[in-house]
Design a protein around this ligand. Sequence first.
Ligand code: MRU
Length: 362
Amino acid sequence: MKIDGRPYRTIWLADDGWSVEIIDQTRLPHDFAIARLTTVEEAAHAIRAMLVRGAPLIGATAAYGMALAAREAPDDQSLSRASDRLLATRPTAVNLRWALERMRRRLAELAPADRAVAAYAEAAALCDEDAAFNESIGTHGADLIRQAARKAGGRVVNVLTHCNAGWLATVDWGTALSPIYKAFEEGIRLHVWVDETRPRNQGASLTAWELNHHGVPHTVVVDNVGGHLMQHGMVDLCITGTDRTTASGDVCNKIGTYLKALAAHDNGVPFYVALPSPTIDWTIDDGVRQIPIEQREGSEVSALTGRTADGRIETVTITPEGSPVANYAFDVTPARLVTGLITERGVCPASREGLLSLFPAS
Ligand code: MRU
């Protein structure tokens, strides 16, 4: 995507030909800063501390982490340690495991001396593939927005989204936001309700930043507003991303997604989830019981960080000293609440049959 006229992805190879550059998302929306990763440890830190985040980008960063590892020490034992280190960073997004397995499979075919070059090539291919999948999700998802526009009879189409599933969460284009970008480019009149997405505020700080840069009309709302908006006919459809979708179509995504899906169901609002196929976990069926839900530091709940009027970044505590906090980062929306899954191969029902109709070899 373009920022101030210059095309960017979220991760790329630096000019030196071996270190990896990323947009440091912990600095947005206040600063657009580039960070450099030179070791597998730095890649692991970038994922864990959320300099990069979003399921597809976590996978892409892990792939480049393996390339850095192969450059450092290409023997089997070192690569196995590097892969374990990367896998332990965040438990929920299955794209991490998928990317590591793909890299390990590719490297296992080669002699250690040939591994570094091959690892960089594989990581680059994985990134290109992610960008292409997401663009295709945009094309399929834009059909749904076009249909909503026809139904709205010329009125602006209102789309609600949760967290950030835009280009910042992927290598490029995004998943939930890709259809929005495509529909907007096509001239469909739309407006996006952006859930702020506590505790880390990926909606308020990242989705709003993206939409702002691309001129897409949007409004940031606190997380609890969605139900009210839907009751009053102010949402035509919801589109979110996902960190892991089971073979039966249960969808795990940022905490609060489930409540939006319940409100959508109660109000007859279509609830779509956009995902590239590496986000499907074909090994499990029951999302509620089988998907590991990340629990993060309580400080993300008990404190807020923002920019003061005179430009300083400050963190303030909002809970009384001594009050315990809990920080569940994701929840699971059962397939029955999902109207459809938007994938790179088209839109399907959120069910095993639906997924198999698009991905029969799985
Ligand atoms: O904790 P995060 O910011 O990594 O969570 C991101 C999300 O929940 C996204 O919706 C999901 O990864 C899909 S991104 C295309």
